[in-house]
Design a protein around this ligand. Structure first.
Ligand code: CO
Length: 139
């Protein structure tokens, strides 16, 4: 079994401050980590739940994947991050099983992680992100 934890569920939102305020009011949740990932055109606010995260994500520019997703499908669940011990190993296993990678190889993600995305059409309609934590990633 290559999956060690649900790392995060990512929720695409238009207004990150409103989403953060909502999670605070509804659940008493505080933001554990916040980051702008320029390369992906996103800003994330991570709420920690046990050893997993709810990742509230907004687009920082109109050509980001989050902006396109909201344009097409509205706000809501965007992808699921599966935590793995070794991103390359899990990447190779998924490719061998017929999954279609979006990233040509594992690459840096937020929190100092190593990540790789796989196309939803090869994974029963769910955009899957593999997440490998590295020293300093926060766990
Ligand atoms: Co993610």
């Amino acid at each position: 079994m290559l999956l060690t934890e649900i790392d995060h569920i990512a929720i695409a939102v238009n207004d990150l401050e409103a989403a953060v305020a909502y999670y605070r009011e509804a659940f008493g949740a505080e933001v554990h980590h916040r980051e702008i990932v320029e390369k992906d055109g996103v800003e994330e606010a991570l709420v920690k739940v046990a050893d997993s995260y709810i990742q509230l994500t907004r687009a920082t520019r109109p050509d980001s994947a989050i902006a396109k997703s909201i344009e097409k499908r509205g706000e809501g669940l965007h992808h699921v991050g599966y935590r793995v011990a070794n991103c390359q190993e899990a990447y190779d296993a998924m490719v061998a099983a017929g999954a279609i990678p979006i990233d040509p190889a594992p690459r840096p993600g937020s929190r100092g992680t190593t990540v790789a995305f796989f196309h939803p059409k090869s994974s029963f309609g769910t955009l899957i992100e593999l997440v490998q934590e590295n020293p300093g990633s926060g766990h």
